[in-house]
Design a protein around this ligand. Structure first.
Ligand SMILES: *[C@@H]1O[C@H](CO)[C@@H](O)[C@H](O)[C@H]1NC(C)=O
Ligand SMILES: *[C@@H]1O[C@H](CO)[C@@H](O)[C@H](O)[C@H]1NC(C)=O
Ligand SMILES: *[C@@H]1O[C@H](CO)[C@@H](O)[C@H](O)[C@H]1NC(C)=O
Ligand SMILES: *[C@@H]1O[C@H](CO)[C@@H](O)[C@H](O)[C@H]1NC(C)=O
Length: 541
């Protein structure tokens, strides 16, 4: 649905015919080990694997540990500590959003003449209409505005309430789609947008999936039964359902790639696939993701929380089909995509991201030498990486999610033919860019992290007691705490953390405003701030 019909007309004026089409596919809560291209045999992601094999496996792609901060970084090019979004997520009854002073990715791309569309999740604020996607640079939005929904009934249970959350922006609450599997809705919408895209403009399409986030407590992981049945070899019932949800997500990636190819857009496209944060493993959030052998889960600052499964495909890459060693942070995509689109990145002031397009395309060094994973003074946790060193100070959940959670043991065999015959592989092959079986296997082996081969004895770390230090290049599984062996490096890192912390803005979380309870608004999550007085009846969580 068109948010503002006029916007489409105006933007044509600035159309830059040479800008590539940009498709950003964001998985929700997908773990490191939940993709075949990192070596998993248990779940199957043939389309995503094809995309990765023909493009770049983004082996060092860092994200924030949880959804809202991560998406805020993606959209603004800034660390969450610089937008006030560093603590937890936005709730439907919370009167805040990504600050309106921030200019975001679709707005920048509109300046270059792009047609801009969001399908799926927003989660950057819905208190007032001004915070919604269609007021922030997207021509259309079909999807939901809070943090999660049930895949079939499209409701969200959170903070003691329950409401419907599915819409075609700006105003149409889509009760008509009730009962339809959410991933299928996104896929159909994305395919339609691609198919009817007017080629006089470049396309910017974000497909922000609900999968594989858990839904509501009554049935957190849902997928069509016939799909779940494909994974009967997985003993753990939750993991089996998770695999079904993931299968549907992967199918969606294939259908989007197929549509791009059939519409003639693929040869001139950039397709980025990434998870927003690490996976909720072992029952965390009632979910069954896997980050193994990386440590920790979603909402922790261990690699399992902040190192995401990600891949980039584009026929415009000069050196494709390889593992990208470049260290990236999700904030890099704003300048990288804006630069790839032909924008002048020198106008992007005060951001933390680096334009890494040339470096990725030609396999060169990027400007990035450090990553701020997050600083959250409410949780009392902070982590940064500088070159090969990672510092961890404090942790979340009082350390109860600081372990390693093995689910799959990589049992079974990789379904290579499924990957080579997937929709994505066929689309890519039609451009002559699909690598052969050997290459897929080689890249997969190179991308698989296996820390059980390490001969170094583990040194325990308890970040609640003292800061921990890891050589993250040698020890991606964070087994060997170097804090005592390298006191000088530890001190330097602590000083650096202090300096970075001095640049942080306070978190902008607000108490819930009970007037936003869906029960007052026809059981729907709405932009209630537009309809109530500014003087809220604040309660504590
Ligand atoms: C595409 O946009 C151009 C420029 O606005 C317009 O002239 C043309 O009719 C459009 N094509 C279609 C098929 O809508
Ligand atoms: C946190 O964990 C420590 C042990 O590691 C325990 O002594 C303490 O009681 C825990 N605190 C809370 C609030 O659970
Ligand atoms: C990791 O390496 C160990 C020791 O070489 C080996 O036994 C194990 O099978 C490997 N695991 C995977 C998943 O490749
Ligand atoms: C960051 O600075 C704030 C305010 O000065 C302070 O309270 C907090 O402890 C600091 N956090 C870290 C991780 O240094």
């Amino acid at each position: 649905m068109w948010c503002i019909a006029l916007a489409a007309w105006l933007s044509v004026v600035a159309a830059n015919s040479r800008s590539p089409h940009i498709v950003l596919i964001v998985a929700d809560d997908l773990g490191w080990d939940d993709v075949g291209f990192h070596g998993s045999n248990e779940v199957q992601t043939p389309n995503i694997d094809a995309l990765a094999a023909a493009g770049l496996v983004l082996q060092h792609h860092h994200v924030a540990p949880v959804c809202t901060p991560s998406r805020a970084s993606l959209m603004t090019g800034k660390y969450a500590i610089h937008t006030g979004m560093q603590h937890k997520v936005i709730y439907g009854m919370e009167p805040r959003g990504l600050p309106l002073s921030e200019r975001i990715l679709p707005q920048y791309l509109k300046d270059l003449g792009y047609s801009t569309h969001l399908v799926g999740k927003w989660h950057l604020g819905s208190y007032k209409k001004a915070y919604l996607p269609c007021q922030r640079g997207f021509d259309t939005h079909t999807g939901f505005i809070t943090g999660k929904i049930d895949m079939y009934d499209h409701t969200n249970m959170e903070t003691g309430t329950w409401g419907f959350d599915f819409r075609r922006d700006p105003e149409i609450i889509s009760h008509d789609l009730f009962g339809k599997y959410a991933t299928d809705i996104y896929t159909e919408e994305a395919v339609k947008l691609i198919k009817y895209h007017n080629r006089t403009q470049p396309l910017f399409l974000v497909v922000a999936h609900s999968a594989v986030h858990s839904g509501n407590p009554y049935e957190p992981l849902r997928a069509p039964e016939d799909v779940v049945a494909k994974f009967s070899h997985i003993q753990d019932r939750q993991r089996q359902k998770f695999a079904g949800m993931l299968w549907k997500l992967d199918e969606s990636v294939g259908k989007v790639m197929e549509a791009l190819q059939e519409s003639g857009l693929l040869s001139d496209s950039i397709v980025l696939f990434t998870s927003d944060n690490g996976g909720p493993a072992a029952g965390f959030n009632r979910n069954a993701a896997s980050n193994y052998p990386l440590r920790g889960v979603k909402n922790t600052l261990w690699e399992g929380g902040v190192r995401a499964a990600a891949a980039l495909f584009s026929p415009l890459l000069q050196k494709p089909s390889r593992l990208a060693p470049q260290r990236l942070h999700i904030s890099d995509w704003l300048p990288t995509l804006y630069g790839a689109a032909g924008g002048d990145t020198s106008i992007l002031k005060g951001i933390d991201g680096f334009n890494s397009w040339e470096a990725l395309s030609k396999d060169l060094k990027t400007e990035r030498t450090s990553v701020v994973h997050n600083i959250d003074d409410i949780f009392g946790s902070a982590a940064i990486t500088i070159n090969q060193w990672k510092l961890l100070k404090g942790t979340t959940y009082n350390g109860t999610w600081d372990g390693w959670y093995e689910t799959s043991k990589r049992k079974g065999e990789y379904q290579i033919d499924a990957t080579l015959q997937s929709r994505a592989a066929k689309a890519i092959r039609s451009l002559g860019l699909m690598p052969d079986k050997d290459k897929v296997f080689k890249m997969r082996a190179a991308a698989s992290i296996n820390c059980s081969q390490s001969t170094t004895a583990p040194i325990a770390c308890n970040p609640l007691v003292a800061p921990c230090l890891f050589n993250i290049d040698d020890d991606p599984c964070e087994r060997v705490n170097m804090a005592e062996k390298e006191p000088e490096i530890l001190q330097k890192m602590l000083i650096k953390l202090k300096e970075i912390n001095a640049t942080a803005v306070p978190p902008n979380n607000r108490n819930l405003d009970l007037r936003g309870d869906p029960k007052y608004w026809g059981r729907v999550f709405v932009n209630f701030g537009d309809f109530v007085s500014e003087n809220p009846s604040i309660i504590d969580l």
